[in-house]
Design a protein around this ligand. Structure first.
Ligand SMILES: [Zn+2]
Ligand SMILES: [Zn+2]
Length: 323
């Protein structure tokens, strides 16, 4: 599938404003859908982006600060009211499971679909989901409480058969499968049919890394490298470096440093402090050190094409510019 898209549902920190929502992203990649973090109001944002709630399969929660998960139980509750039957898979800090159960019990309600909870490990990189198309990992971040990032890596797909080249060969299904796997075939007279004459290489897989709340991690490249896109928080401009250190958040320069360190192609920054009325200075500072930096703008969808890997974006929802 020629597809990578990331809807920014919320990219602000701490307190929701009229035009700013806490962290939530909807990722569509390798035929799967992932909701990444779920700040307050996420289900409303999903509707504004025209994303049907039934599409959600996997929900990943980075940490248990309210601006990253206070929208989760209301979303689950709505899914239940909508009579969802398909299971939901949630990945997050171990205490989250009990938290969900307690709130459901308080409101004397229960979910009518299966909820499969997968606790994340705050201390090491771990595979949390795998299909034939993609692998998803959690990895440790460095914040004031346990926090993990997430790394999504498509698997290398099959080789593409050149239809004109196999015309008249009458290949069987196992032979076609072998070609897709890169194997050579044997011709009618025992001659070797070289794979490269009948197939094209597979498309380069997409990769995406999400670094939620964190201070700078000097060994981040041990968790992932050469990603097409890195989302990294940049709560503050350099002017507030001391505050960033105290609250274990990143500045614009930290985010740019992480992008260089991991040799990412594109950097998306977000989780901005509500003190910033616009994002100009944040963008200028990050771009000084990493040119392909973009602002994670709420109400926008970010896409990439396989060939260029350049980040493209378009507006989905109109949000007021200022309070
Ligand atoms: Zn936060
Ligand atoms: Zn936090």
């Amino acid at each position: 599938m020629e597809h990578f898209s990331l809807n920014i549902l919320g990219a602000s920190s701490a307190i929701p404003l009229a035009n700013r929502s806490p962290t939530a992203q909807f990722l569509s990649m390798a035929d799967h859908y992932f909701l990444i973090d779920c700040g307050e109001g996420t289900q409303v944002k999903l509707r504004q982006h025209n994303i049907g709630l039934s599409r959600i399969e996997h929900i990943l929660i980075s940490h248990l600060h309210g601006d990253h998960f206070y929208g989760l139980v209301p979303l689950l509750s709505s899914l239940s009211l909508l009579e969802r039957q398909k299971p939901i898979y949630i990945y997050g800090p171990p205490a989250l499971e009990e938290g969900i159960n307690q709130i459901m019990a308080l409101s004397n309600s229960r979910l009518n679909f299966p909820l499969h909870f997968h606790p994340t490990d705050p201390n090491k990189k771990a595979l949390i989901f795998e299909s034939d198309r993609i692998e998803v990992f959690s990895f440790p971040l460095s914040h004031s409480i346990d926090c993990t990032g997430f790394y999504f890596k498509e698997k290398l797909g099959p080789r593409k058969i050149i239809k004109a080249a196999i015309d008249g060969l009458n290949l069987s299904v196992p032979e076609l499968r072998a070609l897709k796997q890169g194997k050579n075939l044997k011709g009618a007279n025992g001659e070797v049919l070289l794979n490269e004459n009948f197939t094209l290489p597979p498309l380069e897989p997409f990769s995406y890394a999400f670094c939620s709340d964190t201070q700078l991690i000097k060994h981040l490249h041990r968790y992932f490298q050469n990603t097409d896109l890195l989302y990294h928080e940049a709560t503050f401009t350099e002017e507030f470096r001391n505050l960033a250190t105290r609250t274990k958040h990143s500045t614009t320069k930290d985010a740019a440093h992480s992008a260089n360190l991991t040799a990412t192609k594109n950097l998306l920054i977000g989780h901005f402090s509500v003190r910033y009325k616009n994002f100009k200075q944040l963008l200028i500072e990050a771009q000084e050190d990493f040119e392909a930096t973009y602002i994670a703008k709420e109400g926008f969808v970010y896409t990439m094409k396989r060939k260029s890997r350049n980040l493209e974006f378009s507006r989905i929802v109109t949000v007021p510019e200022e309070e």
